[in-house]
Design a protein around this ligand. Structure first.
Ligand code: F6R
Length: 607
């Protein structure tokens, strides 16, 4: 998500920090900052916006010193602003952090009760307070202070701490967020990603979860959270800088497909209440008693997420949901007003059509909730409440991890509404939560099936058209599969409800037409099977996405890709992954520009 760089050695740190942050720019960010030790005191310079702003600021406030940390922030808690930018400084302690502190609300209240004051809206500032409190309480060693502080913290973090009291060192730690140490000669480095430090050293230590590292110019000492010494291996990195940016993947899209288990975990983080079997969505304050109906507005892939959301909300909370293409919404004089909840789904938060739909609904008196990945973007700002997905920046133009995290956000809304209006029993909610929490592992299992999908891409990659079929909650996934294939491989593809096939598209089917069928076990399975016999009778080539253990499908489909069993209402989170991979491998086989397909933009700010 955000970028971290740290340096300790004999050289001036600021140019090294800026150069490192620049190498991480491709990941996207909305503010930046550095902190440098200078004659017994740490000085911090931060600013909103691009690194160029920071550099300009650094020509006014000159920082010199050979121990420093730098950060580019992609906002998750708190708006993008200078006060929310990292490093956060409390007392003599400065901290940069990637990730999400799950128990930030409790810790903040606890710290405030001891008289501590906060100057930002971030969860990161809490860590700076905790470390400062340890040092003020008499802990002598900075490593001990950080370990003690982290014992109170739940969540995901990669962080680096700099303290006036220990001017020769950096202390770093990580849980569930990447962090790499660069081993130099008489100097050492730390970063959230390899490219940031690759020009200085190829010798790297990849910190493991729960490890804490203390870096001085001459040595690196690593312990676990209990202070026991650890010695992870030093590895030599052979990637060039472009490979390193993509974490070794050929394209950002492929990297982002594989990031989905992590992204989904981050979106769920801190939002499940295990005792009441509910979703914790304090940021949006939903009360089903005041909601007559829900209207979801969105475009493209986000619209497909909305269509899945309709099934989820109607099933779990029994509240009627309509889905509208944002580009159509305001032109049809929609029946919307007080008592309606409009949910705007947008990865970028900037899509002009979705923003216009939000304004239209607001003007007519509806309450607006947005689901977005970019904090403080235009759509959340125009809404009454925003639920942010924590997918991290998505660079590939074709949306993948933004989509699956939108599905998670919608699932949490459905769960919360169902619990609040009593339509979802404790037992059913418990089961739903269990299934939600298992998704990241299951998604990884599906994403790891690259080889068979590569074979399929080569086998069918020269087809002129593709048909995608699905029913019920997997109908939107058929639409999404077709959209993905179209946008990156330029093959014409149509998504259809399987039941609609006989009303038209069946005329297209012959031996040249690959038909991708989403057929997980669950409601509608038998119906899909009978649609398949119709395809088979016309010699269409069937590629089925089916549930592991399905004995029937192999007798009719030409190709079968298996997914693990899961609750039907969450199956889109698994069925979409092979479709993303299939599109990716077809596009790669055809040699198109996967990450920047022709005529498409990441953020569509024109109507
Ligand atoms: C497809 C894709 C687009 C977007 C659409 C809406 O892969 O990315 O269809 O989903 O342009 O964008 P957001 O979600 O930013 O509103």
């Amino acid at each position: 998500m955000c970028g971290i760089v740290g340096y300790v050695g004999p050289r001036e740190s600021v140019p090294i920090l800026i150069e490192g942050l620049r190498k991480l720019e491709y990941r996207g960010y909305d503010s930046a900052g550095v902190a440098v030790h200078e004659k017994g005191e740490t000085r911090v310079v931060r600013c909103q916006g691009k690194l160029a702003n920071l550099e300009k600021q650094l020509t006014v406030t000159k920082l010199t010193g050979s121990v420093g940390i730098g950060h580019t922030r992609w906002a998750t808690h708190g708006r993008p602003s200078e006060t929310n930018a990292h490093p956060h400084r409390v007392g003599g302690v400065s901290v940069v952090h990637n990730g999400i502190i799950e128990n930030h609300m409790i810790l903040r209240q606890r710290l405030m009760a001891t008289g501590r004051k906060f100057s930002s809206e971030t969860d990161t500032e809490i860590v700076a307070h905790l470390v400062d409190a340890e040092l003020k309480a008499g802990v002598k060693d900075l490593g001990d202070a950080v370990r003690n502080a982290l014992k109170q913290v739940e969540g995901a973090y990669a962080l680096v701490v700099l303290s006036d009291s220990h001017p020769d060192r950096l202390v770093c730690a990580k849980v569930a967020s990447p962090m790499v140490l660069g081993v130099g000669e008489g100097e050492n480095f730390v970063a959230s990603d390899i490219p940031a430090i690759l020009s200085h050293t190829r010798n790297m230590i990849f910190l493991e979860d729960g490890q804490v590292a203390e870096l001085t110019a001459q040595r690196i000492a690593i312990t676990d959270l209990a202070g026991r010494p650890m010695s992870p291996p030093v590895k030599s990195v052979v990637w060039n800088s472009t490979q390193a940016e993509k974490n070794g993947f050929k394209h950002f899209m492929l990297k982002e497909i594989h990031e989905q288990p992590r992204a989904v975990t981050d979106t769920l983080r801190g939002r499940i209440e295990l005792e009441q079997h509910d979703a914790l969505l304090d940021e949006v304050q939903l009360d089903p008693a005041t909601i007559k109906k829900i209207i979801i507005v969105a475009c493209g892939t986000s619209n497909h997420a909305g269509m899945v959301g309709k099934f989820m909300i109607e099933q779990l909370a029994r509240i009627p949901v309509e889905c509208d293409l944002a580009s159509e919404f305001r032109y049809r004089d929609p029946i919307v007003g007080p008592g309606d909840l409009v949910i705007a789904v947008s990865q970028s938060g900037e899509t002009a059509d979705t923003l216009a739909a939000v304004k239209e609904a607001k003007a007519k008196g509806a309450r607006i909730l947005s689901i977005a990945n970019v904090v403080d973007s235009s759509i959340p700002r125009a809404s009454d409440g925003a639920l942010y997905t924590h997918a991290g920046p998505e660079i590939g133009v074709a949306s993948t991890k933004a989509f699956t995290t939108q599905l998670i956000a919608l699932a949490l809304i459905a769960l919360h509404l169902g619990r609040k209006n009593g339509k979802l029993s404790k037992e059913a909610a418990k089961q739903f939560i269990d299934e939600l929490l298992q998704l990241p592992i299951k998604m990884k299992e599906v994403a790891d099936q690259a080889a068979p999908l590569q074979v399929l891409a080569r086998r069918y990659g020269n087809a002129r058209d593709f048909l995608f079929l699905g029913r019920g909650i997997n109908h939107p996934i058929a639409l999404e599969g077709a959209l993905k294939l179209k946008e990156i491989s330029y093959i014409h593809a149509e998504g259809y409800s399987a039941g609609e096939m006989k009303h038209g598209p069946i005329a297209l089917i012959d031996e040249h037409m690959p038909v991708v069928v989403i057929a997980p076990k669950g409601p509608g399975y038998e119906k899909v099977m009978s649609n398949l016999t119709e395809v088979k009778a016309r010699e269409g080539k069937i590629i089925a996405i089916a549930t592991r253990g399905d004995q029937e499908i192999g007798s009719i489909a030409d190709e079968v890709i298996l997914i693990p069993e899961c609750a039907s209402v969450l199956s889109p989170l698994l069925t979409v992954v092979p479709l993303q991979l299939l599109s990716y491998y077809v596009a790669d086989f055809k040699g198109t520009d996967v990450d920047q397909p022709r005529n498409l933009a990441k953020s569509v700010t024109v109507e």
